[in-house]
Design a protein around this ligand. Sequence first.
Ligand SMILES: Nc1ncnc2c1ncn2[C@@H]1O[C@H](COP(=O)(O)OP(=O)(O)OP(=O)(O)O)[C@@H](O)[C@H]1O
Length: 289
Amino acid sequence: MNLTLPHKFLQTFSKDPITTAKINNSEFLPYDKFNSKKSYPDLRIKDFNLSIQGHKILKNINTTIPNQSITCIIGPSGCGKTTLLKSINRLNENLPNVKIQGDILLDNENIYGKNVELTHLRKKLGLLSQRPTPLPMSIYENITYGCKIHGLKNKKKLNVVVEYYLKAVGLWEEIKDRLHTPATRLSIGQQQRLCLARGLAVEPEFILGDESTSALDPISSGTIEQLFLSLKEEYGIILVTHTLRQAKRIADYVIFMYMGEIIEQGKALEIFENPQQELTQKYISGAFS
Ligand SMILES: Nc1ncnc2c1ncn2[C@@H]1O[C@H](COP(=O)(O)OP(=O)(O)OP(=O)(O)O)[C@@H](O)[C@H]1O
């Protein structure tokens, strides 16, 4: 049975005839959703505040982050970039004396809603940390771990998923002969690409990157940047970055933060070339960092 591939992503990465044939064959389809139209929900943050021990860390954050684009969160050290990113993945709520107010909406559902299951939420919002965090298991198991949690058990389908996403991050040719060796034996750059593949394998809506290239050598960092540029066809990408040059290279949208507040946000070209706020102008011109 021939199926029309709904995702540009699939079309982009399924150039290999064997993979394409496998994916076009329903027996091998990793997920039912490969056979349905993918939606691209925006992420909306409304009146969001976070304080720790009475200390206001995020103040009245309001923004809409579009899907199918790269949004970079920039600002000086300590301004709340990482706290905001972690809030999107509900990673702050168990900190001692934390108080959170406001809504973060994905698919019109408040991710802080009472009935939201964290496993389900984190499937939609994949986090790529600063340093690669491979699980202490094989390369193959790193990719299949999340899929199994989300109910994919069929070995043939898992094989397709592993090959497919390792190809998507450009790792397949490098490591296809050692899929069952420990992931920790990969180079740091390879580990980061593996972690990206692991996140993609559960088909998130957004990829959240916290300085995801800062621990990498320039070549690996460039590879990850290129991947983000390809992946934005199919995912929303939100990146915290210290590197203005990186934001200029890849951002479609920019959020500039200072002392827990959003000072200015908008299209990257406009923010970089014609910032409206004095603080933004100073930060972008390098007057402070
Ligand atoms: N667990 C915590 N307990 C207390 N204060 C915290 C905690 N986590 C973050 N903060 C404080 O919140 C503020 C924002 O920190 P955050 O890490 O979000 O900033 P950032 O902009 O990502 O900084 P950097 O660029 O240096 O990584 C800082 O003043 C930090 O000290």
